[in-house]
Design a protein around this ligand. Structure first.
Ligand SMILES: Cc1ncc(COP(=O)(O)O)c(C=O)c1O
Length: 386
């Protein structure tokens, strides 16, 4: 019944964790889930108010497929203000979250057999979306601290390589790639005439003085080869609103606008108006969220590193920890999926196996839960492993 294309897609590992946790909860267990990647905060009031106004104003009809001009202008202004990226409204396509922006890019730019370099560990959907576009995902391992290795990227390039996906701050590792690392990747891309996808969804979540850099701001030459992807999802705690965007070279933006016009059409009109208010508004709520994530992150790293067999790098960005847990593999627990199953059953704590992100020796722990529940969760993990 099903197409070969759709049969290639693996189900989302993070949603699988959620489902297992829900099944245990339904049996009456108190399950703490650290699986899902969404801020546990409410959308700021100013954004909600703009949505209410849009509704009251009757802003409920189709809009231009690639986004209302007001929103594209707000995005272009934001990219200039926060990212030093020079662009115009015609470079922007607004989509249903960054996930949809990424899908549009692969569909619009990848031909069967084209190779896309993913730095591993990688965010789960890249690999599936590349497969869906009939491209080939080529995985290049990062180092033990989850930083990219320029020589390994160079070695992976063939005459079929079309693009490199860069995600900093990173999901799942929380690593932030410094300017030097990004420049090395940028140089490789220019030397080999490759495009770069720069997924910057976690740009505002950086800690300990770490800085976020946008590759497209490095030079005009790089802006012409870079597709900068971002969303309001994490920054403004708006995961359910579904607003993301890409800033792309005009030819690609035009193609993605047409593609979207024949598939989903515009993002929800009310959410677009809310997004304008968010982007034109202050970053106070984001700063508060980042400070809260920072406190949880510090606590969690310290506590994980006290558990024998676990080694946790300090993430300088996003809101995830990606500890090495292979020191705990023994008995019936031989990989990250079994480790997560063990903890879910024994400690009623939900984590995501590192295998879903390309590194089986790790698990992903999301700090998007209260400090109290993080304390309780890690203490349960320590007890279950003792
Ligand atoms: C690195 C990365 N890119 C893109 C997305 C997708 O974001 P959105 O919810 O805006 O589709 C996520 C969500 O988890 C992510 O972690």
């Amino acid at each position: 019944m099903l197409s070969e294309r759709v049969k290639r897609i693996a189900p989302s590992a993070t949603f699988a964790v959620k489902a297992k946790a829900q099944a245990l909860r339904a049996q009456g267990h108190d399950v703490l889930s650290f699986g899902l990647g969404q801020p546990d905060f409410d959308t700021p009031d100013l954004v909600k108010d703009a949505a209410k106004k849009a509704l009251d104003d009757g802003f409920t009809k189709y809009t231009a497929a690639a986004g209302i001009p007001e929103l594209k202008e707000a995005i272009a202004a934001k990219l200039k203000r926060d990212n030093s990226i020079d662009c115009e409204a015609s470079n922007i396509v607004v989509s249903n979250g960054a996930k949809h922006s990424l899908h549009n890019i692969f569909q619009a730019m990848i031909n069967p057999g084209d190779e896309v370099i993913l730095l591993s560990p990688y965010w789960v959907s890249y690999i599936e979306q590349v497969r869906l576009s009939e491209g080939k995902a080529v995985l290049v391992d990062c180092d033990k601290e989850f930083q990219p290795i320029a020589d390994s990227i160079k070695e992976a390039i063939t005459d079929k390589t079309k693009m490199i996906v860069v995600n900093s701050p990173n999901n799942p590792t929380g690593a932030v790639f410094g300017k030097q690392k990004l420049q090395e990747i940028a140089d490789i891309a220019l030397e080999n005439d490759l495009f770069i996808i720069s997924d910057e969804c976690y740009e505002h979540f950086v800690y300990e003085g770490a800085k976020h850099y946008s590759i497209a701001s490095f030079s005009e030459e790089l802006a012409a080869k870079t597709l900068t992807v971002n969303a309001l999802s994490k920054t403004y705690a708006m995961t359910g609103w579904r607003v993301g965007y890409v800033c792309a070279p005009k030819e690609a933006a035009k193609a993605m606008g047409s593609l979207q016009g024949q598939t989903t059409s515009n993002v929800n009109s009310i959410a677009q108006k809310a997004a304008v208010a968010a982007l034109n508004g202050p970053l106070d709520a984001v700063k508060e969220m980042a400070a809260t994530f920072d406190e949880r992150r510090k606590y969690a790293v310290e506590e994980f590193n006290k558990i024998p067999g676990i080694e946790c790098n300090e993430p300088l960005g996003a809101f995830y920890l990606f500890p090495y847990v292979d020191g705990c593999f023994k008995g019936g627990v031989g990989n990250s999926a079994e480790f997560c199953d063990f903890l879910l059953e024994k400690a009623h704590v939900g984590l995501v196996p590192g295998s879903a992100f390309g590194l089986d020796s790790c698990v992903r722990f999301s700090c998007a839960s209260s400090l109290d529940s993080i304390k309780e969760g890690i203490s349960r993990i320590a007890k279950a492993l003792s």
